[in-house]
Structures are given as C-alpha cells and as structure tokens.
Design a protein around this ligand. Structure first.
Ligand SMILES: [Zn+2]
Length: 507
C-alpha cells in the first residue's frame, strides 16, 4: 500500500492571483494570513425556513465578504452535497438530475476545495463522474479511490482541458500584497460508510499520518479536510497534533472541539452556519496562529444574485416537476406545534413526532392494514423541520418518494421483520411501526392490539415499496418471492409524500 500511495502522491502548486509585489512601497514583512470559509453536509441549494436560513447564494456572499478583506480566502466543502436530495428523484431534459443542481450552484458560489462525503456515493458511478466533470473546484482525496477492475485508482475530472486525477495531497502557494509567500498543504479524508461497489478506501488515519509526514517539512501548515465522525476527528487530532486545523463534516449539528492545539470545526448542515478559519503564518518566527469564528447564514446575509439565479433555475425545474406529481410545494400543511424531528441520530433509534406522523398517514391511507411498517432510511432530511411545514418540507423529508404497498404476510415472517427492525438500530433499516404493535417484554412476544402475533396467521401489512425490494439493510429477505408473503395487493398510493400531505390537509 505504501508504494501505491507514494505513486499516487501528486502535489500541485497554484500561485494565487493576489497582487504582485510592489517593491517601491511595501516590504515583505514575513507575515501572511489565509482564510477558509467552511461549510459541510449541504443538501439544499435554496434557503430553508421560509428563505431565512442557509442557501448557496448566502454561502457565496460570505465568501465574497472575506475575499474582499483577504484575497487568500478559500471556500471549502467538507463532504456530502450531491445526495440525498429531492432532486435525486427528478429528471431534467430526459436525464436524472442527481446532484447537477448542487454542482452548478457550488460552481457559481465559487467553491475552491472539496472532499468526498459518504453521500457522494449514493448516486451511480456514471452520474458521479458527470458531476465531477462538471465541477470547477479542486477535489482532494487522500484515502478514497475509484475501484476499477479491482484496482484502486484516483478519481479524476475529465473535461475539454484533459484528465485531472484527484491528488491525495494538495499544496496551495499563496502570496500577499507585500510579497510574503506561504505554502499550505491539504489532505482530504472520508469515512468508509457507504460502500458503493465502485469505491475503495485506504485506512484514513494511517494514510493521514503518512501524508502529513511527507508534507510537513515543505509547507507552512497542513490542513485536514475530513468527512468522518467526531470521534475519528478527535483521534486524528490526537495522533497528528501538528495539524493546523481539521475542517470536518458528517455531523450536522454544528460542532467545535479542540484537541491539544488542533481545532475541529463542523458547521450546521445545509449551510445554516459556516466556520471562518484564519491561519496566520509568521515566516520570521516559523509560528502559526489559528483562529476560528462562526457565521450564521441568516436573513442578515443577502443572497448573491449570480448564485441565486442558478439556484432559482433549478428551483423552478423542481417546482414544475412537483406540480406534475400533484404537489403545491409552497403550500403550508402544518403551521403550528413543535418542529418535526427527522434527525438521523433520533429516527434511527426511536420513534419521533415525524416518524409517528408518517406511520399514521400510511395507516390512514390503508385502513384495512393490521400493521404499517416504515424504514427510517426513507426519511432523509436529517434535520428538525421547523414550522410552518410546507409540502416541499414533506417532499424533502421523503426524497425518494415511492409507492405504498400492501401485502398479506405470515405472522412468522412479520415477527422476523420486526425483530430485524430492532437489530437495525442506528441504521436506515431501523423500523417504525403502528402503535398497535408492541413487544411484550414479560411474555417475550410481539403483539398486535395486545394479542400475540400468530406465526401461522396471515396479516395485512402496509409498507413503502422500497422495503419490498430487499434493498434495505439486513432485510434482503423481504421480497415478493419470500414464501412468507402470501399475496401482494394493488398499490395504495403512487407516492408516500402525497399520502402524508393528504393526511395533514385532512387533519
Ligand atoms: Zn456524511
């Protein structure tokens, strides 16, 4: 592996476009500062909360603001942006959109440095390649590779100017107005969470150590951009205490920690906040100072008009598409009460008001069903959806859509499914089901309306169509050809989201 990595160690140097040295008035003072505007886990191109929070047009404005203060300002995405999204189920000009709306918005916003998140591999290999080719930003990938014919090779961007393999480490050379020059090294790490067949990984920590040791003597600072758990980032900081900063992603709820001198920054998902990281390099003393600050991307930040026009182009395409599916995206369906909790950390381990709402809506649409089950993985909003809730919020909460099926199923198989749902805690295959179902601890049995489920009896079960494909985690046995499935009945509804919208409108 080591040889392989050395072979792959490609370093690029790009001179910044800062003004050339003015020898008559300014003298190199040996000090230079570099700024990063960091966002992570962005699934929405348009602002949320009735236009008040986030959105790529606000990200663009923040970058411009800091760029005006310091030409060595770089916009960073710490992974997770092409998926999940409502756009993944939409087509434009006969092709699946699959992240194209995001890459175009990011190009407009002026992203500079990007790494893979686990969700980049939700889409097909060919689709991801198209998104990469469309991007105008620099990708860095230290431990995540393209698996081709069982070989790990770098992902690469191919366009009219040729093929550009993603470097495992990257060096940016920056110059300020008085001619001070600094070299900043970058590594990019992604957790091997979503193992698509076309992706392979090397060990993130071992790779980081190897690359850090290679970089450290030739640069003024080494920065890690990561998409992994906070625990993994803490270990990284502990094991490589010389890192300047870890700009991380994957957690969605805004984190800041310091391990030794290494700050770990993670903004709020959907660009509701951005971290601003400043590296102050003193070439005279060889000292590096790092400071961090948080920016809330709220109403006080105006929308960048150029980025907003790209965003609006896609929003219009999406809205027309929802209209063709029977939705009125802007219509409010729930105006008061507590926000609907769709955070993955919650819905993958216990019911929330959002999961209960969806299960109730399905039960309402399938009055003859004995049981409703739903996989937590069908909810992909990973956020608390705040009031007022619009039809668009329901669409983005259940981005995959899909029909509601009803089946007749033997009690023995139903018990097996319910058991597996519990074992799937923490995963998308964790199951939510109707209130009528419970596990009686004292009798050690699954019950429906307080009567034990009879393994030989046939029950009627309503469920999202995806669950019946065998595609959910550890539920591959749940397919129409399973002998425990007696009958597949006609679909209840063509779209689970319309079921929820209708249920809310009826209430
Ligand atoms: Zn992630």
């Amino acid at each position: 592996m080591k040889k392989n990595l050395l072979y792959l160690l490609l370093s690029f140097t790009i001179a910044s476009c800062s003004p050339t040295r003015n020898t008559t008035t300014k003298k190199d003072n040996g000090r230079i500062s570099i700024k990063f505007v960091q966002v992570n886990d962005v699934y929405e191109i348009a602002p949320l909360a009735q236009g008040k929070e986030g959105g790529m047009a606000r990200v663009a404005t923040i970058k411009q603001k800091y760029l005006q203060q310091n030409p060595n300002t770089f916009l960073v995405m710490a992974g997770d942006f092409v998926s999940p999204s409502v756009y993944n189920s939409l087509k434009y000009q006969g092709k699946s959109i699959r992240g194209k709306q995001m890459v175009e918005s990011m190009n407009a916003a002026g992203f500079d440095l990007v790494i893979f998140g686990n969700h980049e591999f939700d889409i097909k290999e060919s689709e991801l390649q198209e998104r990469i080719n469309e991007s105008t930003f620099q990708w860095i990938s230290s431990n995540t590779f393209h698996k081709k014919n069982n070989q790990l090779v770098p992902f690469a961007k191919t366009n009219s100017s040729g093929t550009d393999p993603f470097p495992v480490s990257y060096i940016k050379t920056v110059t300020d107005a008085d001619g001070t020059v600094a070299r900043i090294g970058f590594i990019g790490l992604t957790l091997p969470f979503n193992k698509a067949v076309y992706v392979g990984y090397t060990d993130a920590l071992a790779t980081a150590k190897e690359l850090y040791n290679k970089l450290k003597d030739s640069v003024d600072a080494v920065v890690a951009i990561t998409h992994q758990t906070m625990e993994e980032d803490e270990t990284l900081a502990r094991e490589i205490p010389g890192l300047a900063v870890i700009m991380g992603g994957h957690e969605h709820d805004q984190r800041f920690e310091k391990v030794g001198n290494v700050a770990i920054t993670k903004g709020m998902a959907n660009a509701k906040s951005a971290f601003i990281i400043t590296l102050s390099v003193n070439k005279n003393t060889q000292q590096l100072k790092v400071s961090t600050k948080l920016e809330q991307l709220d109403e006080s930040i105006v929308l960048d008009s150029n980025t907003d026009s790209v965003v609006q182009h896609w929003v219009t395409i999406a809205e027309n598409n929802y209209a063709s599916l029977g939705f009125d995206a802007k219509k409010v369906v729930l105006s008061s009460g507590e926000g609907l909790d769709g955070r993955e950390s919650e819905i993958r381990s216990h019911p929330t008001n959002l999961t209960k709402l969806i299960v109730s809506a399905i039960a309402n649409a399938a009055p003859n069903a004995d049981v409703v089950i739903m996989n937590a993985g069908s909810i992909r909003v990973d956020d608390i959806v705040q009031m007022p809730v619009t039809q668009y919020d329901i669409i983005r909460s259940l981005p995959f859509g899909g029909s509601i099926k009803e089946i007749e199923i033997k009690g023995s198989l139903l018990i097996k499914i319910l058991e597996q749902g519990i074992k799937n805690k923490g995963m998308g295959g964790y199951l939510h089901y109707s209130d009528a179902v419970n596990f009686n601890e004292s009798s050690n049995e699954w019950q429906i309306k307080n009567a034990a489920i009879d393994p030989l009896k046939v029950y009627r079960l309503a469920l999202p169509d995806f669950l019946l494909t065998g595609g959910e985690a550890n539920l591959e046995f749940l397919k129409p050809d399973n002998p425990g499935i007696v009958k597949v009945l006609p679909d209840i509804s063509a779209d689970i989201r319309l079921v929820v919208v209708k249920y809310l409108e009826k209430r």
